[in-house]
Design a protein around this ligand. Sequence first.
Ligand code: GDP
Length: 131
Amino acid sequence: MIKPDAVKNGHIGAILNDIIAGGFKIVAMKYTRLSAEKAGEFYAIHKERPFFGELVDFMSSGPIVAAILEKDNAIEDFRKLIGNTDPAKADAGTIRNKYAKSIDANAIHGSDSDANAEIEGNFYFSAFERF
Ligand code: GDP
């Protein structure tokens, strides 16, 4: 997911370039917006965290780009490509290092396991929308 801050700041194209240059194939993609309810559902795993309310407000604050990506070793390689959750700690050249300004508005989301990638892909896309 390209998050609302990166969309608002005009980074969609540059981020997609980095993703493609990183060897990922785009299998599904859409420009959309999450309601607060849907954002809460997507991040339900963080319900008990102190920043949950801020996270839901931020993720529903503007349009996002959702995508399903394919690659060997995709989860690990995508986390390397996007960098640390906190952009201040993200390695030079990573997407969060280049396009994010804070831990809450950190430009991009990547699934943290194959199982969550399956759940998150199904959250946004039907089987008919995957190519
Ligand atoms: P990720 O897998 O790298 O995205 O990190 P996590 O799963 O730990 O956290 C999910 C998302 O919650 C992060 O990408 C941030 O957008 C947000 N988040 C994490 N920590 C904080 C925090 O301390 N404050 C706020 N406002 N948001 C946070």
